[in-house]
Write a protein that binds this ligand. Structure first.
Ligand SMILES: Cc1cc2nc3c(=O)[nH]c(=O)nc-3n(C[C@H](O)[C@H](O)[C@H](O)COP(=O)(O)OP(=O)(O)OC[C@H]3O[C@@H](n4cnc5c(N)ncnc54)[C@H](O)[C@@H]3O)c2cc1C
Length: 432
């Protein structure tokens, strides 16, 4: 079993073209994942000078490590969102989740990126009978408030969707898609560079300081530059370099195993419609077939961000989880295991806007493949509008919602409470 991201076996992410270190740019972007690269592409296409810095390499963060599920909706259910933000703002946020998938599809076409993008839909499966009742309510609300249709699958029809007998029904959304994320991030990096953005790998940003009324001084591993704007696109890897953002984001580990290539007949029995599948627990499992017919199975097996020990332990936990769903995979060899870090805000919402003058977009909570590219573009557009003297056209609903700090201020960026949160979610799954 390789401790390696399966997706990175399918594509060589090209090292960026060598560039002279700039003295000054219009926008410095920190983080070369979907968010940062999408922003860089939009900015450079409009003629802005852009430098993207990544402490590691292109796509090193969550963008090459995820499950490749391009999902509709947000992490929280519609009823919670409406109670919190009202119908109008929630409808705009939900619409953004649908637009984000259209945005990615359009971008792939425009930039000619081949990344196995396929609108095969997603299937959410109910772990308890009560969860299926919740699906019914959720499908009803989604149709009524957001004019978006989802389909309930009663338990006795579920075998047409999944080769597992443990669930109590399902909810299908045909608008979701699957993608090879490493190919997507490689394609985005090439598109951003073609548009004129410079990408600097192994370039940790160490310090960002205000300089004058409108500019910034940015100290990186390889030198210092000035930028009129800074866009922080560091997701679950947000650090002390941006302390105000770090205090608002909880880094949570998520882990994935991938089997050997499965026989065609078995794969078709396990997932007859090749959907992106996830279950209804808080401590959930998500799984799908890869384009070459392996089972990719992920979950929050350990809450702590990835390291060799959490990855090893997760491989075992996930394999046990996979066998409860699919006992027929008992003899399937696990060939890959890896982990990555998710970014949860305290309200479990994405946030994209400006904080202390820095532009940012993060808080995707495991729902970020399309949203990150979409919000990267949206924030880039707002930077361009401000630069051209046009006030923001307010197209981004995630800039309007409050971005909370930890309750009682009990968090300085070091998530001491993760073991308790993990235990709490397990209790919740047992109770609800
Ligand atoms: C295991 C896993 C499975 C997931 N599955 C799904 C899924 O199926 N569907 C879905 O929608 N979402 C999923 N997600 C979430 C999704 O991958 C992320 O929301 C998305 O990739 C975030 O992209 P990003 O560009 O904002 O951040 P990232 O891709 O994480 O990039 C952040 C980058 O910032 C860099 N960085 C940090 N600090 C600095 C610094 N000081 N200087 C320079 N560089 C810095 C890091 O090196 C990193 O490369 C998953 C995430 C994980 C970890």
């Amino acid at each position: 079993m390789k401790e390696k991201t399966f997706w990175l076996e399918t594509v060589e992410i090209p090292t960026p073209a060598r560039q002279e270190f700039p003295e000054r740019v219009d926008v410095a972007v920190i983080g070369a994942g979907f968010t940062g690269l999408s922003a860089a592409r939009t900015l450079a296409k409009s003629g802005a000078s852009v430098a993207v810095f990544d402490a590691q390499t292109i796509g090193w963060g969550a963008s090459s490590r995820n499950g490749g599920m391009v999902l509709t909706g947000l992490k929280l259910p519609a009823s919670t969102l409406i109670a919190r933000y009202g119908k109008e703002v929630t409808a705009r946020m939900y619409a953004a989740s649908l637009e984000s998938i259209d945005f990615v599809e359009r971008l792939l076409r425009e930039e000619n990126i081949a990344c196995d993008f396929a609108r095969g839909g997603h299937l959410e499966v109910a772990c308890k009978p009560k969860h299926f009742d919740d699906f019914r309510r959720s499908a009803d609300e989604t149709a009524r408030h957001f004019n978006h249709q989802q389909r309930l699958i009663p338990r006795d029809q579920l075998q047409s969707e999944i080769g597992s007998a443990i669930y109590h029904g399902g909810l299908v959304d045909e608008s979701s898609a699957g993608v090879n994320p490493a190919r997507l991030v490689a394609g985005l990096a090439s598109a951003a560079q073609r548009a004129g953005a410079a990408i600097f790998e192994h370039s940790h940003v160490n310090e960002i300081q205000r300089e004058g009324a409108i500019g910034w001084k940015i100290a990186t591993q390889h030198g210092t530059l000035r930028a009129q704007n800074v866009f922080v696109a560091t997701s679950g890897y947000t650090s002390r370099v941006t302390p105000a953002l770090q205090r608002k984001i909880i880094p949570i580990g998520s882990y994935i195993i991938v089997t050997e290539v499965l026989p065609e007949k078995l794969a078709a029995e396990l997932s007859p419609r090749n959907r992106m599948i996830f279950d209804s627990k808080n401590y959930l499992y998500y799984y799908r077939l890869t384009p070459d017919r392996r089972m990719l199975f992920g979950g929050r097996a350990a809450f702590f961000p990835e390291n060799t020990s959490t990855i090893r332990r997760s491989a075992e936990i996930l394999r046990r989880g996979m066998l409860t769903v699919y006992p027929r995979l008992r003899d399937a060899k696990i060939e890959y295991v890896w982990g990555g870090t998710l970014d949860f805000a305290f309200d479990i919402m994405p946030h994209a806007g400006q904080l202390n003058g820095l532009h940012f977009s993060l808080g995707y909570a495991g729902h970020g493949v399309a949203m990150s590219a979409y919000l990267g573009d949206k924030i880039a557009q707002s930077i361009l509008q401000a630069h051209n003297g046009n006030p923001s056209r307010n197209e981004n609903p995630f800039a309007q919602i409050p971005f909370p700090n930890a309750p009682l201020g009990l968090y300085n960026g070091r998530p001491w409470f993760l073991p308790f949160a993990g235990a709490w979610y397990k209790v919740l799954d047992w109770l609800t």
